[in-house]
Design a protein around this ligand. Sequence first.
Ligand SMILES: [Zn+2]
Length: 266
Amino acid sequence: MPTTLEPLAWTLLAVIGLLVGSFLNVVIHRLPRHESIVFPGSHCPLCGHELRPWDNIPVLSWLSLRGRCRYCQGAISGRYPLVEIVAALLAILAAWVIGWHGQLLPALILLWALLALTLIDLETYLLPDRITKSGMVLGLLINASAFLTQDFALTRPLDALLGLVLGYGLLRGLAEIYLRLSGREGMGHGDFKLLGMIGAWLGWQDMFLALFLAALSGGLVAIVFLASGKGRDYAIPFGPYLALGAATMLLWPQVVIEQFLHLAAP
Ligand SMILES: [Zn+2]
């Protein structure tokens, strides 16, 4: 793009990121409660008062009202502006790493979906089907676009299909074995669907590496938890680690693959 347009493009992307973050707040709040994400319009999570457009400007409304509802004066969690800022930063990071390329579009959608899933899982230990299952279909469709144009696909269509099947099947199988051996549920069904979704977007190769990164980072955190004397039955959701692994494979696949090869054959 012409360099004179670059600052405009970055600003626009940041604003879109903030607006998407505002929408993600609605998704994170309503999906686990099985509420519609469209109706009714935005309302205060405390008093239910309908919000006017000027109450709903990302970050700025929260700052100008000092984190309180205009109508009931109740404290509005700082998570709302934070999610908006993170959504915008993710967009800028993706554009910086990927460049102004057609693949930026699916990358943004995936990163924002992973952000919503992470926060929902941390709060409710659920990964809603409405995101993971729709994500599987959308990932397959985006990669199937490779039959028409190479501009948007993140991987080859067959690798995406294999990623979906292997990702879902592998975790399901592992969970089955764990259940037989320990008599406990190790992972939720949402985790299988999320890994299947990751496979549908990134292909089976990167899906495996994302799972490896998730197990590595999740294992490290679990060791810290155990060492610090927190109960061993303390449930840590696996979804955020899968999301982290997937985001890493989306943005820096070469770095991970090089490190992985280095580990395998030093
Ligand atoms: Zn209120």
